[in-house]
Ligand binder design. Structure first.
Ligand SMILES: N[C@@H](CCC(=O)N[C@@H](CS)C(=O)NCC(=O)O)C(=O)O
Length: 219
């Protein structure tokens, strides 16, 4: 069985677990405590960030997007695969553009907004405004369509929403007072879902060598 090193609250791990659950791919989940990573993860070498996946042949997938594309390639459920990652290159480029913006621009401001006291060069308000540039782009797009690519969920939505969830959680009251109604509706469709609450965000104790395997998703 492939092994997935994961950390429950990590947005990169959340997006990987969400896709794995949607596709019904089975893995053995190893919940990691970032401050005391297991030697099995450290001994893979290189950067020991989570999520990481090691497949049945021992091939390692060290980044969330590697894991997601591994799961898409493994899946027999071609209908869901095609919805998440359509064959059409224009659609693919759109998905990549949303993810790139999220990972390389928005994440930078999200970290500063979340931990504004660690980045005293600017105020929390300044960092929030930088992050809001993405929220307003998302909101504009979602005013015309249910999801980022259209009427169906795609990889773009799933790769991005865990980061928006974190941004919102910094100050939920502020977010509730904003005009980002479409983002609110879109985010709620994920975070209030059965999939998210009863599968993706289930709490598991930290993994220890020798313990009974944790099958994920647990069905
Ligand atoms: N680019 C990586 C980023 C993963 C990442 O930064 N994960 C964080 C947790 S949210 C982590 O493992 N931090 C601890 C570390 O880097 O050692 C991915 O897409 O998987």
């Amino acid at each position: 069985m492939p092994v997935l090193y994961s950390f429950r609250r990590c947005p990169y791990a959340i997006r990987s677990r969400y896709i794995i659950a949607l596709l019904g791919t089975s893995v053995h989940l190893r919940e990691v405590i970032l401050k005391s990573k297991p030697s099995e993860l450290l001994s893979l070498g290189g950067r020991s960030s989570v999520p990481q996946l090691v497949d049945v042949d021992g091939v390692r997938y060290p980044e969330s997007l590697d894991i997601i594309f591994w799961a898409l390639a493994c899946s027999d459920d071609k209908k869901v695969v095609n919805e998440l990652w359509p064959a059409d290159s224009v659609q693919r480029n759109r998905i990549k553009a949303w993810i790139d913006y999220n990972d390389h621009f928005f994440k930078h401001w999200l970290d500063r907004y979340k931990y504004a006291n660690r980045y005293p060069e600017y105020s929390e308000d300044y960092y929030r405004k930088k992050g809001e540039l993405f929220l307003s782009r998302l909101d504009k797009r979602l005013s015309a369509k249910k999801f980022l690519l259209g009427e169906q969920v795609s990889l773009a939505d799933i790769a991005v929403f865990p980061f928006i969830r974190q941004f919102v959680a910094v100050n939920q009251k502020w977010f509730d007072s904003t005009q980002y109604h479409n983002v609110r509706r879109w985010l709620a469709s994920f975070v209030n879902s059965e999939m998210f609450n009863s599968v993706v965000m289930v709490k598991y104790p930290a993994w220890q060598a020798g313990q009974k395997n944790t099958l994920y998703p647990a069905y």
